[in-house]
Structure formats: C-alpha cells, structure tokens
Design a protein around this ligand. Structure first.
Ligand code: FAD
Length: 468
C-alpha cells in the first residue's frame, strides 16, 4: 500500500462540483460566505486554511468526503467540537470533514444508553440526558466536542465514580479509510473498538457513539478556594484525601487567578489562589457529612460547594473560556505526588503568567483503575493524577511569556511523572510523545492502524504510524 501523498494539489472544478453534488451538506471553499467562520477552531493560535470544508450532515456525506480525500490525495482532517489544542480538527490546503452539523442524540431511558452523533458537544449531550436524571462521564467544559474528548480517553468530574468516558463507551459507527462503514463494539470489529478507546482519530471517522448512562442528576459540588499561602497544606491534604476517598467523591486541584466578577467576593478579585472543584454523586442527604472532614481540616476561604444540577456543574466555567483565546498545553501523568513535587507545583503555580492561565491535577484513581492498562488503548491506568498546564490569554502578544512558563513548569515536574502525557492535552509534539502516551499499547495500535488505515489517510491527529 502506498502512503498518501498529503501534498497540496490543484483541484479540478469538475471534481469539486461532483463532490458537492454527492453531498447534502454545504461544501465551502476559500472566498465562500461562511468559510472564514467555518475554518476557525477553538484555539485562537491556530490559523489554518483548508482547500475544502465539507459540512457533513449524514453518514453518506462522510463516506463521499473520505473517498474524495483519498482519491485526490488530499490531507484530511476531521472536526468534532474543534477544541483540540494543536488544532488537529483542521489542516492547511486539504479537506476538513466538519461534523458539527451532525447533532442527533437519542436517549434510551430503559436501556440507559445514549446514541450521540459525531458533531455533538458535551453540553448538548447533558441537555438531552439530564431530564431523565441520567449522565455519562465527560470533561469540565460543556462546549468541548464529544468526538475528540472520547477518542482520546475522557477525563472529567466523574472519573473516580464511573471511569473515563471510554470506559462507558459501548460502541461506535465508523467510516473507514476505504470509505466502508462499520459498527465496532465488543463483538464486532473488537480490535477497532479496543483501538478507538484512547487511540484518537487514527482509525476513521466516528459518525456516532453509544454510551452507557448513570443515575446522575443533582450532585453536590463546586469550587472551594484558598489563598496561595495555604497551598502546601491544601495540596498535601487533597493528595492524601483523594487517594483513599470513596469513589463517589471527585475533586480536582488547580491554581487560578480569581476572575474580577461575581460571584467571587471583591477582595479576592485577580488574586492567585488554589482551588478544589468537587463533584460528589452519592446520596445528597449524606453530602454535608461527607464534606465535613474536608471543611474541618482545611477550612476554605471561599466555599461554593453545595447541591448543583449536573449540567450546571458541567458548564460552570464555559463563560470564562470562550472560543478564540490563545492556548498552549503541556501534560503528564503521575502515580505519586511527593512533597518535593508539591514544592515545585507551588513555585510555578504562584507565577501564573496571565489571568486565564492555569494548572489542573485531575484524580484518575477509583473507577479508572477498574480497567487494565491493556484493556483499552489508554495506557496509564496505574497513574493517580493527570496534570495539565495551560497558558491561556486573549492577546497573542503574551504567547511567548505564557508558553515559556508552561514549558518551564512542565520541565520542572516531568522527572517526577510517569513518563508520558494525555494525548488530548498535548500540543503537536511528534512521534516520541505519542509513543510515550501509549507505552506498551503502541505496537498493537500500529498493527490495527495498518489493518484499517494502511495509507495513513487519517494522519491529522496524535498520529500512530501503520506498522510495516
Ligand atoms: C476548554 C477545554 C476544556 C477541556 N477539558 C477537557 C476535560 O475536562 N477532559 C478531557 O479529557 N479533555 C478536555 N479537553 C481536551 C479535549 O479532550 C481535546 O481538546 C479534544 O481533542 C477535543 O475534542 P473535539 O472534538 O472538540 O476536538 P476536534 O479539534 O474537533 O478534534 C480533535 C481530534 O479528534 C479527532 N476527532 C474528533 N471527532 C472525531 C470523530 N467523530 N471521528 C474521528 N476523529 C475525530 C480529530 O480528527 C482531531 O484529531 C479540553 C479542551 C478544551 C479546549
């Protein structure tokens, strides 16, 4: 099999017209009304100009677009929610399959499952499932796409309780590189189903996902904040607490700059503080009791934790992070957080370079550990914490400063890490980082890639090269 050329080619007008005739969704080219808006992704640092954007509305559109990209040797990018840090939902000169019009969601309250089309965001899924008192684990910002977040693993508020998003994935419908359509689950194309649970967009276009739902409706959660001066105590308490807490308690740790707006008390506006954002999904009448030891051991300076609808918790930070800001990401997994590492967290956390920049540590023990390291493509099952350091700001003039901060922070902590990071929270760092993220699972992923996409048509992602 010859590897795709992926070089810009001049497209013949008749070929483009043919594709337009074969698709029901809009086909956009530079200069078309709507092209500039359609090419923009979430990260304002990304500025790519595809030759064609196929706004697919159904599986037939996706099949036609995949075939077109392969036949014309075009670079092919697939966009779900467009939130990817390095902008892997778009490309220069090639064809973008934009799934954002594929918004179908069907809840089956009896089977407790939800079927979600590839262009949905998590907010849309929550909207559909919440009236049934049901939810599936996702992330922390509801505008994030279901597609990319799921295919990379999915770390969120419910990780300790229900596992990663992929641990609740029951099956996918996919269009493969040869244009064929398959359903992959634990019975059919089980190898493919193993690979898409963590292996990213390497294996084809997922046109719909089937998720297991849980009885999650109103939870007890929200942020608690402490001054930077107390970080050492708070972080050590949180580390020890979360390593042995009941699985219905989730709480991620972060460094933040308090936004200058309600509901934050004015005296803390623009102060650097540390935060734990909780999500307890056990019996609500026992919540106060569950939080009593936390409030007694490290009394919070600002305490917003209380009963909150799941869909509200999920969208609590959406307004703070609108589309178009500059984002630079670094990531690692950790099994232990030594006191020495905590000192380094404190050092760099106190130097957040801009108001939007932050560092989060997500606990990924509990239910995430119920699944083995080789049971899905997501390898770091023994890790207890996922770290993400993000430089964020509206003004590109601050990029150099915030990128420098993020790199220095990451470099200082990396020696204490497990050696690889979360593919959904890295930039375009190349093959070594991708291999480090998958460790022993990489060779198996490369074999499956060779079976389903030997020409590496789907290469605009954290790319797994087909085994030779
Ligand atoms: C503000 C913000 C908050 C975040 N919070 C979390 C979080 O809490 N937890 C977490 O785990 N991650 C989180 N992330 C990271 C997120 O998981 C990744 O950015 C992810 O890539 C976003 O998916 P998307 O569909 O929106 O992105 P896109 O840019 O559309 O796609 C990302 C990648 O996935 C592929 N892809 C997307 N959909 C499909 C599909 N249907 N079929 C095949 N390939 C597809 C694309 O080709 C691309 O390679 C966050 C990101 C942002 C910007």
């Amino acid at each position: 099999m010859i590897e795709q050329r992926h070089t810009p080619v001049t497209l013949e007008e008749t070929a483009v017209q043919e594709l337009a005739a074969r698709t029901r969704g809009t086909l956009l080219r530079p200069g078309d009304v709507g092209y500039e808006q359609a090419r923009a992704v979430y990260n304002g640092m990304i500025n790519k100009r595809p030759a064609l954007i196929a706004c697919c509305v159904d599986v037939a559109d996706v099949i036609a677009s995949v075939n077109f990209a392969r036949e014309h040797q075009l670079a092919l990018a697939v966009r779900g929610g467009g939130h990817n840090g390095p902008g892997l939902g778009t490309c220069d000169d090639g064809l973008v399959i934009d799934l954002s019009s594929m918004k179908g969601i069907r809840v089956d309250p009896v089977a407790r499952t939800v079927r979600v089309e590839g262009g949905c965001t998590w907010g849309e899924v929550d909207h559909a499932t919440h009236p049934f008192g049901l939810a599936t684990p996702s992330g922390l910002i509801s505008t994030t796409g279901v597609g990319g977040l799921t295919l990379g693993g999915g770390i969120g508020y419910l990780a300790r309780t229900c596992g990663l998003t992929i641990d609740n994935l029951l099956g996918v419908d996919m269009v493969l590189a040869d244009g064929s359509f398959v359903t992959a689950n634990s019975n059919d194309h089980a190898d493919l189903f193993w690979a898409v649970r963590g292996g990213g967009g390497n294996f084809g276009v997922v046109t719909s996902f089937l998720f297991r739902l849980h009885s999650i409706s109103t939870v007890y959660g929200g942020p608690m904040l402490w001054p930077i001066a107390q970080v050492r105590d708070v972080m050590k308490f949180w580390r020890d607490f979360i390593l042995q807490a009941p699985e219905e308690i989730n709480g991620w740790f972060g460094f933040v700059t308090v936004p200058p707006a309600p509901p934050f008390p004015e005296q803390f506006h623009l102060q650097k503080m540390c935060v734990i954002v909780w999500c307890y999904s056990g019996a609500l009448e026992q919540a106060e009791e569950a939080f009593q030891p936390i409030r007694a051991s490290i009394p919070p300076t600002v305490d917003f934790a209380g009963p909150i609808p799941w869909s509200v918790l999920q969208s609590l930070f959406d307004a703070l992070y609108p589309k178009g800001l500059q984002w630079y990401w670094k990531t690692d997994f950790f099994t232990d957080l030594s006191d020495k590492a905590i000192e380094l967290y404190l050092k760099y956390g106190a130097q957040l370079p801009t108001m939007f920049s932050t560092m989060h540590l997500y606990p990924i023990n509990g239910a995430v550990h119920h699944v083995g390291a080789s049971d899905t493509a997501f390898s770091f099952r023994e890790a207890n914490f996922a770290e993400v350091i993000v430089g964020v700001d509206p003004d590109p003039a601050n990029n150099e400063r915030m990128i420098g901060w993020a790199r220095d922070y990451w470099l200082a902590l990396h020696p204490y890490s497990s050696g690889g990071g979360y593919i959904n929270m890295m930039m375009d760092e190349g093959t070594d980082s991708v291999q480090a993220a998958y460790r022993d699972n990489y060779a198996r992923l490369a074999q499956i890639k060779a079976r389903y996409d030997p020409g590496n048509l789907f290469h605009v992602n954290q790319n797994i090269k087909p085994a030779r």
